[in-house]
Design a protein around this ligand. Structure first.
Ligand code: F6R
Length: 591
């Protein structure tokens, strides 16, 4: 949620092209507005250019301008305080500095009041502007840039990551408090970014600041200040290039590339975790508590079915943003599993923190992004090896999360572990129904609403299918447990309403089939997603997408695929911005 980048050229070269390149990689974190600020750190003025909307607008604006600087910061915004407009776009400026910010200053009203009393004039509605003026006030008091940032942070509440450039210092000062931040060391530049993908093309090594670190970046080094503002060492890691950052020529969207990448993502996830996930983690565990949001929450819901059925361990799944506000009780012997693609979702982090500090429990993180805040806050980490997800809607990370959860759920069952091994190949077959999903997508794209129904471990997949459709096509969709229709939602059915049934020929087929009859009696627009045996039983007037036959335990992974494709092709049909759907951001770092 909001992306920040800072680049400091070592030999005075113009960093604007590199900044724009990095901003492109950051855009998945927010695209309400973008902006850059450039300085040479020699006492000249700071140049700032901002634009409402996507990066494209900023680039167009810059085409007619001659701007350059050897030190620069950039920002992509997901609006929190103040409408998405140029006035509220970062960087925010105060006399001699410019700042970009990811996060929220919770006590900004009080701070703004005090700054206004000191004569500072605010030109935006953002909370970020207080950061710029607070640092400037400290610079006027003769504090050095890094001291000024430290003094500013000491009066601020909230989670954040910032980068600051100065008119008269050849430095970038960065800081993190719960927000994500990476410092990069390159041959030609020093840099800072919200994630490694933003800066990996610029540097050979990176360091991950710890929570509350302040970092003073100059031409040849980065000095880290930890607790009590003492200098500390942070290890450097070699940068590994991740090909997922680039869009292959064969695809026009990251979302489709990522959907198609699932067999490989699942394979890599299994390989990486094969000797890591075993029964030992379950020793002494009486209850499992899963914390997650959005799509990751749906993965957790599937896991509840798996864990209770195969491990016989009571499992609760909690929406992380609700969890800690109702004073839940964490029983001794609870295994807390947090699931997060980004590892930076503040709701999930806060719920995890609540569980860790209010119970005697073991914590496991299932994360896709390495070195995230979630993995640093957990006893054990299982990485989804899905690679970077650039599409805002989560696809391959979801099936990779399911793969990890299934590996744990099936750890006492040899047969199911074998079934899991076959999943990448079955996924390949499932992906080949792309053309048929295009046909169904055309139907859905003509509707203003759609209903997704499933039973058992496919009920969460119905919810996930509906979420995918909402997110990228903007068509209203709801997922329901198929048996729940008659308790209310069936009132929504008319002849036009598309109703998608997830109905493989499993132990619940007959029940789901009866629910289908109930809908058929009232509607005409039914699409069954089934297997060869299920298809034989379908009435002729029901449209169908036929998937390979799989054992019911692993069906959630396979049945996710047509729903992702349906959402993608519906969005394509409607011409939405598939990779960057409106109002969303990939990494949700505000509550
Ligand atoms: C949906 C989606 C979101 C995320 C949610 C949690 O496609 O991407 O619902 O699943 O914001 O994010 P993570 O998994 O990063 O914690």
């Amino acid at each position: 949620m909001c992306g920040i980048v800072g680049i400091l050229g070592k030999s005075g070269e113009n960093v604007l092209p590199s900044l724009l390149n990095s901003l492109e990689k950051l855009e998945y974190r927010g695209y309400d507005s973008t902006g850059i600020a450039l300085s040479n750190g020699d006492g000249g003025s700071i140049i700032r250019v901002r634009s409402a909307g996507k990066l494209f607008n900023l680039k167009e604006k810059l085409q007619n301008m001659e701007v350059s600087g050897s030190i620069g910061i950039g920002h992509t915004r997901w609006a929190t305080h103040g409408e998405p407009s140029e006035k509220n776009a970062h960087p925010m400026i105060s006399t001699n500095l410019a700042v970009v910010h990811n996060g929220i200053v919770e006590n900004y009203k009080k701070l703004k009041f005090s700054l206004e009393n000191d004569g500072y004039i605010f030109t935006s509605d953002t909370d970020t502007e207080v950061i710029a003026h607070l640092i400037q006030r400290e610079l006027f008091n003769d504090f050095s840039p890094v001291e000024a940032v430290q003094r500013c942070l000491s009066v601020m509440d909230g989670a954040l990551a910032i980068a600051v450039v100065f008119a008269d210092h050849k430095k970038i000062v960065a800081a993190r408090r719960k927000g994500s931040l990476v410092i990069g060391f390159g041959e030609h530049v020093m840099c800072v970014g919200s994630d490694i993908g933003t800066i990996s093309q610029l540097c050979q090594e990176v360091s991950y600041p710890e929570d509350t670190d302040i970092i003073e970046i100059s031409e040849n080094d980065a000095v880290f200040f930890g607790a009590n503002f003492q200098k500390v060492d942070r290890p450097k890691h070699e940068v590994e290039h991740d090909p997922c950052h680039e869009l292959a020529e064969t695809y026009s969207h990251f979302t489709l590339q990522e959907i198609m990448d699932q067999p490989s993502a699942i394979r890599k996830t299994m390989l990486y975790n094969q000797n890591k996930i075993d029964e030992s983690i379950l020793e002494g565990v009486n209850t499992i508590l899963i914390l997650a949001c959005g799509t990751s929450y749906h993965a957790g819901m599937v896991a509840k079915y798996w864990f209770e059925y195969f491990l016989k361990i009571q499992t609760n799944v909690e929406i992380a943003s609700e969890f800690r506000y109702r004073s839940p009780i964490i029983a001794d012997g609870t295994l807390v599993i947090s699931i997060s693609q980004s590892g930076e979702t503040i709701d999930t982090l806060a719920a995890l923190e609540y569980a860790s500090s209010n119970g005697n429990c073991k914590t496991v993180a299932i994360v896709n992004v390495k070195n995230s805040s979630t993995d640093r806050s957990s006893n054990v980490v299982y990485y989804a090896e899905a690679g970077v997800e650039r599409g805002v809607a989560s696809t391959k990370a979801f099936t990779a999360q399911l793969t990890i959860l299934a590996s744990l759920a099936f750890c006492r069952n040899w047969f199911l572990r074998q079934q899991l091994q076959n999943i990448p190949t079955i996924c390949e077959a499932a992906l080949s129904i792309g053309d048929e999903t295009r046909e169904v997508a055309r139907i859905i794209s003509k509707s203003s609403s759609a209903i997704y129904l499933g039973r058992g471990n496919l009920y969460p997949i119905a919810l996930e299918g509906a979420l995918k459709l909402k997110e990228i096509s903007y068509i209203h969709a709801e997922g329901f447990a198929a048996g729940e229709m008659k308790h209310g939602p069936i009132a929504l059915i008319d002849e036009r309403m598309p109703v998608l049934f997830l109905c493989p020929h499993n132990e619940l087929f007959e029940k789901t089939f009866s629910n289908m009859q109930e809908v058929l009696a009232r509607g005409k627009n039914i699409i069954a997603i089934t297997d060869a045996e299920g298809e034989k039983n379908l009435p002729s007037d029901v449209r169908r997408l036929v998937l390979p036959t799989v054992c019911s335990a692993v069906a959630p992974i396979i049945y996710s695929i047509p729903l992702q494709l349906l959402a993608y092709y519906t969005a394509l049909e409607l011409g939405t911005d598939v990779d960057r759907p409106r109002n969303l951001a990939k990494s949700v770092t505000v509550e």
